[in-house]
Structures are given as C-alpha cells and as structure tokens.
Ligand binder design. Structure first.
Ligand code: SF4
Length: 125
C-alpha cells in the first residue's frame, strides 16, 4: 500500500473538490498507475507564490506520505478534446516541484488525474 499526499493549487480550490484525483488514486489509474494499491493520507493547498510548498511536503512526509503528487491542473488545461499540456494554473510548477523534492525524501510527481495524452508523469526525486 502506497501512502500518497496531494498538493493542490489555491487557484482551483474553490471549484474542484479533487473528485477525479481521488478516484484515480483509489483505482490506481492515471498518475497513480505505478502503485499496486494507494491510500490518500492527506491533501494540502499551495498558496502563491508557493513558498509554503516545501513545508507542506515535509508535513505530508511526517504524516506518512511515501510520494507526493501535484495536481494536473497546475500544468495542463481542459481543451475541447480533453486535457492538454499548457495553460495550467502555475507558471512555475517545475521549479515548485523541484523545491518540494529537495525538501522531502520521497518522490514528488507532477500529475494526478486526467493526464494529457502522451504525457508520462514526471517524477522529481
Ligand atoms: S504557486 Fe503555483 S501551484 Fe502554488 S498556488 Fe500559486 S499558481 Fe498554484
């Protein structure tokens, strides 16, 4: 069983209750497909400019997270034919995940649910 923490973006926090992220995690699909079983152990919200993300990651790790995922909406957007790369909520998502991965000892994964076609979740270690 993999214990997973999710960090979402504040820009989507009032519109999205993470339904598909949680469903994908529970069913080990999308960015969670490498896990045999997965359990959500906590969710945090990043706040701009993202200075809090390292601390959020440390807390998630202290709560047992064995991997931390950043939501797909940070780097991708919904197009007419599904989700596509670009136009996500965060301009600095790669720097942010890099900072996160340097603050914790667990893999940090760029993506959760509804991955763009041909996108393989990037893992920052
Ligand atoms: S720093 Fe990026 S991920 Fe964090 S709240 Fe701002 S836009 Fe969202």
């Amino acid at each position: 069983m993999a214990n997973i923490g999710i960090i979402r973006c504040e820009k989507n926090a009032q519109r999205c209750p993470l339904t598909n992220c949680i469903k994908s995690l529970r069913n080990t699909q999308q960015a969670f497909s490498d896990y045999e079983n997965a359990e959500l152990i906590g969710v945090f919200t990043c706040h701009c400019p993202g200075d809090n993300v390292a601390n959020l990651g440390k807390i998630l790790q202290s709560k047992g997270a064995e991997a931390i995922h950043m939501c797909t909406c940070t780097f991708a957007s919904k197009g007419e034919e599904g989700w596509v790369m670009g136009d996500g909520f965060c301009e600095n998502i790669d720097d942010l995940i890099q900072q996160l991965s340097e603050a914790v000892d667990v893999p940090c994964v760029k993506g959760t649910a509804h991955l763009p076609e041909d996108y393989t979740p990037e893992v920052f270690k």
